[in-house]
Design a protein. Structure first.
Lengths: 942, 251
């Protein structure tokens, strides 16, 4: 080894010495332009020939001279650039010279056309690369609808003949390619005449091999001028779609399809689903795919100013609980449902005009079988109600939506939107109810059968105008809206009630009623907002809201006689009423905003004017009137503070005011349910609440530690509660009244940290809540205090891309105390334990198992349920480009699924069990044009 | 590399002698196109990327931030144009994460103050110019004819294109990029994921304080190697946690 080392060292020394003797070298030269004038201040660069890497640079001096001394002895590219001249590249190979003098180099001026048009006017980059001249065509302005031919006419150095033939710098272009590929059989005019100009990103002209040389591979020395059109990324049309079909045991089937097509301006999507597996709405992902860039639009309601509830709110549904816009992201339904959804959506966006239109159909046919038990607490006793019921609901909706947003110029914009819904359906409800007093003494036996059908039309229209003033921060906005809801319904109520009272004869009350209700509700509303920046960081906002709501309701009730054919009008329950409801609010707020500290303080004054006329019938002369006017002042405050290092603080105070429901104001007795009789109260005043909220959030991205905490408190003034009078037959008479003093106070904490960074995370969360609800029962005030404690923990293990495990446990205890009857104080326990495991065990085979155990315990109520649910699925990704997935799923392996609920409130405690879709097995196949990505990870934030 | 720095120094020296007035402020506009950035996260499926593009793709233009580069012939300072980021109507503001890049070409050193990963870091080290390749393309930016040079960020895995001016002969540039024969007027990462473009060049005498570092600098001190390691670890952790690294560090 030693022997070998010495000669090597020697060799190395000799080599180094040789290199040193050849020394470093100098490059020098002089620069002139094409008119032989000296060129001072030109950039002179030395680049490495192999990769154009910048090695050294300098500038030519006043005499046009440049020099690089002491350069390493390797070849260089000497690159000289000067504004308005074609960059000049010269290869320098020093060989054994000590000084390389390139002599006087002349720079050629850039074609004035190219320079002026491409560089200066179009501001497009220009590449000169040997024989290739390349323009970035996207910056050349051509009128919309122009073809590539029109674009070429504008490009310097190009001529387009009458016949569409193209010449570049005098030479004919024989070949046109699109993205390097031939376009429609090589006819040069096909591409240039048909492609839209705005689809082109770049135009390249270069000398290519002839067709023959290309085919044979034999260089024939001839060159053809070739024009290549590079398409914009956005015009490489995107399209994707997905379809799933599945069939299972117990006649379970599901199918889902969606397809999208889009480019940079337009998005088109269709979606459809059908199943009897309780999925009645689109998932958020499917909704986003369907609505695209229009998935989320904020501020479209046009109700300016801080929120304090009530007033401007308009309910677009009348009983069926459906909104005007598409509902997405629902949980699986309870009971058994059959569902259909179909829709189409189109969006257009050219940055100035945004247009969107959609149609959406959904139909749900639901069957529900439930048992509920409710214990009501009175001062000296309790009574129980068992309710065994079955219901069926068919609900059909057609929705249409249009939205246009037009940016008139940089200061003005308009948004116009209109949403329509046409809904129809029917429902059936059958129930067997028993009321028990003193434990198991039957008090009332009741059988109910209700049927109804309805159809409704609703529409919401809004126009918004926004103006920005030249002064930054000064803004004006105005909005008008018109909403309408027209519904017709018909229903039949049948009930047989038998009352058992000790020492009294049994009494029977049967009911057979038909009623028809027509209602038309309209709302006209408008809002104004003006923002003035009055000092650095300070803004003053003024807003005004107005709403006029008009209701016209005609309700005709008929008692069906025992012959089941004839009926008599029920003049007590039949009613015709019209309401005018005027809301005005004027408010102002000051805002301070500086470096992430945002403070707002505001005050608004609002008035409600309620005018109602009601009578026994549309033609009745005896009309009763309600005329009430309320004025309230609502303060508002909010603070949000961005602290350093991902920490945030927020605080808010607001006051909500809600006007009384007009039905609650009508002093009429409604005995359509003989077990629960309602009466209105014309003396109601608006209810309000004071709400305080404070929070702190922290997230450390490096250590993956997160913490957030929240505190909230609300105090209710003039809360509308339905006071109860319960008689010896256990018939409840309720009447709304205002009561002050209800509170809710709580805190929420969440803390998560990694056990091992990126591999496992442990989290804790807990919530404490204490609430006070006030209610009069049989003229005695009952205060229900409810304290609940929740503790949760979750663990996630994500060791690699093949296996993940997630576990969670939650414990929830609620203590409820009734001041009226402390012997009924009770404690409810709800807990849940969950585990989820995902494994990828062959190249594209995945297995996932999810287990949940929910427990519900209330010892006083004798309620104790455990519900273990296990879902398993095994799937394989298959087909070319992983476009297919075949999946075998087992839902609720132990056949235990049902809807279970228990809670205590006011003067009652209740439990409910709903029989729901349980165990089934399903085999499904998915085809996804974008490829199916198997992942063992839970989806989260990106 | 050394030779570039020598030539920078030499050039600066001559420039300083020749033109005292080679000082001023360049205002840049930085546009971040999140949908394109997410499209490169390899832990997202194509479906998720398409969804992000469809839903948020057209909002990218909204996130523009103005930055300014203050320079003298020997020093440069790059930071936010305004101390705060405000909403369009000015009613709401966000705190800017600290970001200041200071270079002294004469002393051949730099100080970068960057708030990221929940901390403020101060990176102090000698100047190390990226390895530029000069391309044969020219373009006009704000009236300055610029030439294209490209480089690569091997830690963040970015392709960087810089358009440097031919008439503003200083090796200055926005962000962590510099060392070309002229001021960098436009910087584009990964073909436009992030684009920083000069919108105003204001040649004017610059007060000494305007280009200097703030008097008080608080933060954890790092050198180039430690900073690269920090970035590298974060990029790796984020990818394996399926989370975008840019949630918590500047692009």
């Amino acid at each position: 080894m030693k022997n070998l080392f010495l000669p090597l060292l020697l060799l190395f020394l000799v080599a180094t010495a040789h290199a040193q003797t050849s020394g470093r070298f100098t490059i020098k030269g002089n620069l002139i332009d094409s008119t032989n004038a000296i060129l001072p201040g030109a950039t002179v660069m030395l680049l490495a020939p192999k990769d154009s890497a910048l090695v050294n640079y300098n500038r030519s001096n006043d005499a046009g001279h440049f020099e690089f001394k002491n350069m390493r002895r390797t070849p260089y590219i000497l690159k000289i650039t000067y504004v308005g001249y074609i960059p000049l590249d010269t290869l320098i190979d020093p060989k054994d010279q000590d000084v390389v003098d390139v002599g006087t180099l002349a720079l050629t001026a850039l074609n004035q056309d190219l320079f002026e048009v491409v560089i200066k006017t179009a501001r497009a980059p220009l590449s000169i690369r040997g024989d290739t001249v390349e323009y970035n065509a996207s910056s050349f302005k051509v009128p919309p609808g122009s073809t590539v031919e029109d674009l070429l006419r504008r490009l310097p150095g190009m001529q387009v003949g009458q016949d569409g033939s193209i010449r570049s710098q005098g030479q004919e272009v024989n070949r046109v390619t699109v993205d390097g590929k031939r376009f429609f059989g090589g006819d040069t005019k096909m591409a240039t005449k048909n492609l839209p100009a705005d689809a082109i990103a770049k135009v390249q002209v270069f000398n290519g091999k002839t067709e023959q040389a290309r085919l044979t591979g034999v260089e024939d020395g001839k060159n053809e001028k070739t024009l290549n059109l590079e398409l914009k990324e956005s015009h490489k049309k995107g399209g994707f779609g997905k379809a799933t079909v599945g069939a299972g045991t117990d006649n379970r089937v599901e199918g889902k399809v969606n397809y999208n097509r889009f480019n940079d301006k337009q998005q088109f999507a269709v979606v459809g689903l059908g199943n009897n597996t309780n999925q009645s709405s689109l998932s958020w992902d499917d909704y986003q795919d369907f609505r695209g860039s229009q998935s989320f639009n904020w501020g479209d309601d046009g109700d300016f100013g801080f929120s304090n509830g009530g007033g401007v709110i308009f309910y677009s549904s009348d009983g069926d609980g459906e909104g005007l816009t598409i509902q997405a992201g629902g949980r699986p339904d309870e009971g058994f449902t059959k569902n259909w959804v179909a829709g189409a959506n189109y969006n257009y966006d050219n940055k100035k005009t945004l247009f969107s239109g959609n149609y959406y159909f959904n139909q749900t046919d639901a069957v529900r079988d439930a048992f509920s038990r409710r214990e009501s607490i009175l001062s000296d006793r309790t009574f129980r109600n068992d309710n065994d019921n079955k219901s069926g609901n068919l609900n059909i909706n057609h929705r249409g939506g249009l939205r246009l947003e037009q940016k008139i110029d940089s200061l003005n914009s308009v948004v116009i939107l209109s949403n329509v819904r046409y809904g129809s359906g029917n429902s059936r409800y059958r129930s067997d109810q028993q009321f028990y007093r003193q434990g198991d003494v039957l008090a009332t036996q009741s059988a109910l059968e209700n049927t109804s059908q309805f159809n409704s039309f609703s529409m919401g229209n809004t126009a918004l105008y926004r103006h920005k003033f030249k002064t930054k921060g000064r803004n004006f906005s105005a909005s008008v809206g018109y909403n309408i809801n027209n519904s017709d319904g018909e229903s039949n109520q049948l009930s047989n009630n038998t009352f058992y009272v000790p020492n009294q004869p049994d009494s029977v009350k049967n009911l057979n009623q038909n009623n028809e209700t027509n209602s038309i509700r309209t709302q006209l509303k408008g809002s104004l907002l003006y923002i003035e920046p009055f000092a650095k960081y300070f803004f003053w906002e003024t807003f005004y809201n107005f709403s006029l709501r008009q209701d016209e309701v005609n309700r005709e009730v008929f008692d069906v006689n025992s012959d089941d054919k004839t009926f008599d009008r029920n003049d007590q329950l039949s009613r015709y009423y019209t309401n005018n409801f005027v809301y005005n609010r004027l408010g102002t707020s000051f805002r301070y905003s500086n470096k992430g500290f945002n403070l707002a303080l505001g005050l608004a004054g609002l008035t409600f004017d309620l005018k109602g006329d009601f009578a026994g019938s549309k033609y009745s002369s005896s009309v009763t009137q309600i005329d009430r006017r309320f004025t309230r002042f609502t303060p508002n405050a909010s603070v949000r503070f961005d602290l350093k290092n991902n920490r945030y603080l927020n605080f808010s105070y607001n006051m909500n005011v809600n006007e009384p429901n007009i039905r609650d104001l009508q002093p009429i007795v409604d005995n359509s349910n003989p077990l629960y009789i309602r009466e209105g109260n014309p003396n109601l005043v608006p209810e309000s609440s004071h709400n305080v909220n404070a929070g702190y959030q922290y997230f450390n991205a490096a250590s993956f530690v997160q913490f957030f905490g929240n505190l909230y408190y609300s105090y209710r003034v003039d809360q509308v509660v339905y006071n109860q009078q319960i008689d010896e037959k256990l018939i409840t008479r309720s009447k709304p009244m205002n009561i002050t003093g209800g509170t809710n106070l709580g805190a929420y904490l969440n803390y998560g940290f990694p056990l091992k960074k990126t591999k496992s995370t442990l989290g804790f969360n807990s919530q404490i809540n204490t609430g006070k609800i006030l209610l009069f029962v049989n003229n005695q005030l009952n205060t229900t205090n409810s304290d609940s404690y929740r503790l949760g923990t979750n663990l996630s293990l994500t060791p690699n891309e093949k296996f993940t495990f997630y576990a969670n446990a939650n414990w929830n205890i609620t203590n409820t105390r009734y001041s009226l009857n402390t012997s009924q104080n009770q404690r409810i326990y709800n807990s849940s334990y969950g585990g989820e495991m995902n494994v990828n065990f062959l190249t594209s085979v995945y297995f996932s198992a999810r287990f949940n155990l929910n427990t519900y315990v209330n010892n006083r109520f004798g309620f104790n349920r455990n519900q273990p649910i296990l879902n398993l699925s095994l799937y394989k990704i298959m087909l070319k480009s992983k476009k297919g997935e075949i999946r075998l799923s087992a839902y609720d392996v132990f056949n235990q699924n049902q809807g279970i609920r228990q809670y205590a409130s006011q003067n009652f405690v209740t439990t409910e069990q709903v029989s729901t879709l349980a165990r089934y097995f399903m085999l499904s196949f998915t085809y996804n044009m974008r490829g199916v990505t198997g992942s063992v990870r839970k989806r989260g934030f990106f | 590399m050394k030779s570039i720095l020598t030539s920078i120094a030499l050039l600066l020296f001559t420039a300083a002698l020749a033109q005292e007035k080679e000082a001023g402020v360049i205002t840049y506009e930085q546009e971040v196109r999140w949908a394109r950035i997410y499209a490169k996260m390899d832990f997202l499926s194509q479906e998720e990327k398409d969804r992000i593009k469809l839903t948020w793709g057209s909002d990218d233009e909204g996130s523009k931030t103005k930055m300014k580069l203050t320079f003298t012939p020997t020093q440069s300072k790059y930071t936010y144009d305004s101390e705060q980021n405000t909403s369009d109507d000015g009613r709401y503001s966000w705190r800017q994460s600290e970001y200041l890049i200071f270079r002294d070409f004469e002393k051949e050193n730099k100080t970068e103050i960057i708030e990221m990963l929940g901390k403020t870091y101060v990176i102090e080290d000698s100047l190390k110019a990226p390895k530029w390749k000069v391309m044969n393309q020219i373009k006009d930016i704000d009236g300055h004819v610029c030439m294209l040079a490209v480089t690569e960020d091997t830690v963040k895995r970015l392709k960087v294109s810089a358009w440097f001016s031919q008439d503003l002969a200083l090796p200055i540039g926005p962000g962590q990029y510099f060392g070309l024969p002229g001021a960098i007027m436009e910087l584009s990462m990964n073909d436009g994921d992030v684009v920083i473009t000069a919108i105003k060049v204001d040649m004017k005498p610059v007060e000494k304080e305007a280009v200097e570092l703030p008097k008080k600098i608080r933060g954890k001190k790092l050198d180039n190697v430690a900073y690269d390691n920090l970035l590298w670890n974060h990029m790796r952790d984020s990818m394996s946690a399926h989370r975008s690294p840019y949630w918590s560090m500047p692009y």
